[in-house]
Design a protein. Structure first.
Length: 419
């Protein structure tokens, strides 16, 4: 955790034009300049990846099916993620974080999702939405208070969705009104991930409905605020250990210092954060696809029919060869988008493509994995069915597949506008 933070060096080599290659040359002579593969890693990224992989296999794996059956995250899992530094990968070391970049966070999400996508999404939201919120928009005082807690011991929730505003997120009805110097928040949120574990909530509310979405602002609310209530926990098909709850605000008073970012800038903040959050979900789905693939292949290499392993039949090899190709294609899209984001280049369309492709590949591969296992794949004794259930959320949250297609389609169409 803090062990990892101390081991991580400054991330100078995260750029694809590292090792002394000037950025200008990379941009001007792309066909000749040496370039990293999008999935290549710095030494620090390898460290966080290997740490996440080891932790997931040694600590997490024995708990996965128990948590899925109970539909609850064990508190020791959350505590261990903090201890190992996975909850504050992008937070600066002076605030208790690891101080690495966005791509490193995605790599850790992927490795944990190989073992349990439900745990991976808690860590993904913490890093790509909560930590990034305070890194980018927090005041010095907010960073010293909230960012340090998020990096070291406090889970957070991102409260945007409401019963009447899902894909149309900015039709939200939660209101914020002035009362002296304070703000009073009233409204209801739903589908809020990590709400059961969260000690901090970033809440989007409209402070001026006459300005429509431009009246939306973000506020930080503590869990012990008497005006905040965590309500019904959803009984979900998949990622069952990840809590998804209603969160209600009734005359919820917060001080003026609780506003995150500027007044009326909440919608811009949410768009920016969700665009990059989609890359994290893409990484989660790649990890899920890898996990289900590895699980099935290990079984197929030992399960014998007609005198030889099932994996040795050419008909099976064609199937898993194609699945491996699809996983790698999704992975390249995810890390290409991550590198673009991390190096300050446009990435919105690439993020949409990565999330869309990875979520579709996760569903395809996890479904095939059940077929490859045969009858045992259809039982709860084997975790193949859990990967299959977990995969379904990928085409729904942080922007449905249709929203991703709309983003991609609009971008393509704009390039063909007549002058």
């Amino acid at each position: 955790g803090r062990r990892l933070a101390r081991a991580a060096a400054p991330q100078a080599a995260a750029q694809p034009w590292a090792a002394g290659l000037p950025r200008q040359q990379h941009r001007a002579c792309a066909s000749e300049a040496p370039r990293w593969a999008s999935t290549a890693m710095t030494a620090d990224e390898e460290l966080i990846r290997d740490s996440a992989r080891t932790w997931a296999n040694d600590f997490l794996k024995p708990l996965v099916q128990e948590m899925d059956k109970a539909g609850a995250m064990k508190p020791e899992v959350v505590a261990s993620m903090f201890e190992n530094g996975f909850m504050g990968i992008e937070a600066p070391p002076e605030y208790g974080g690891v101080g690495l970049g966005f791509t490193a966070a995605c790599m850790a999400v992927e490795e944990i999702a190989v073992v349990d996508p439900a745990v991976a999404v808690l860590m993904d939201i913490q890093n790509t939405l909560l930590v990034t919120s305070f890194n980018r928009y927090g005041t010095k005082e907010q960073k010293e208070n909230y960012l340090q807690r998020l990096a070291t011991d406090t889970a957070g929730s991102f409260c945007l969705s409401e019963p009447g505003s899902g894909s149309d997120a900015f039709a939200l009805k939660t209101a914020a009104r002035r009362d002296g110097d304070d703000w009073i928040i009233d409204g209801n949120k739903c589908w809020i991930s990590n709400a059961k574990e969260a000690g901090l909530f970033v809440v989007f509310a409209n402070a001026d409905f006459s300005k429509a979405h431009k009246g939306i602002s973000a506020f930080v609310v503590e869990r012990d605020n008497p005006g905040l209530t965590v309500g019904k926990k959803e009984d979900k098909l998949g990622i069952r250990a990840s809590s998804t709850c209603e969160v209600n605000f009734d005359n919820c008073r917060v001080p003026p210092g609780a506003m995150l970012g500027d007044l009326g800038q909440g919608y811009k903040m949410a768009i920016s954060l969700l665009n990059e959050g989609r890359i994290g979900i893409g990484a989660q789905m790649v990890g899920l696809a890898r996990g289900s693939f590895d699980y099935a292949l290990e079984y197929m290499c030992t399960r014998k029919q007609f005198g030889r392993p099932v994996a040795d039949f050419q008909g099976m090899q064609f199937q898993y060869a194609r699945a491996a190709m699809e996983i790698e294609a999704a992975r390249v899209l995810v890390y290409n988008a991550a590198r673009l984001k991390e190096t300050g280049q446009p990435f919105v369309v690439e993020a949409a493509m990565a999330k869309l492709k990875a979520s579709e590949v996760a569903q395809m591969v996890s479904s095939q994995a059940i077929d490859w296992l045969g009858g045992v794949g259809f039982t709860k004794e084997f975790v193949a069915e859990k990967y299959y259930r977990d995969s379904k959320i990928g085409t729904i949250y942080e922007g449905t597949s249709n929203i991703q297609l709309q983003t991609i389609g609009k971008s393509i169409r704009s390039k063909y506008d007549t002058k």
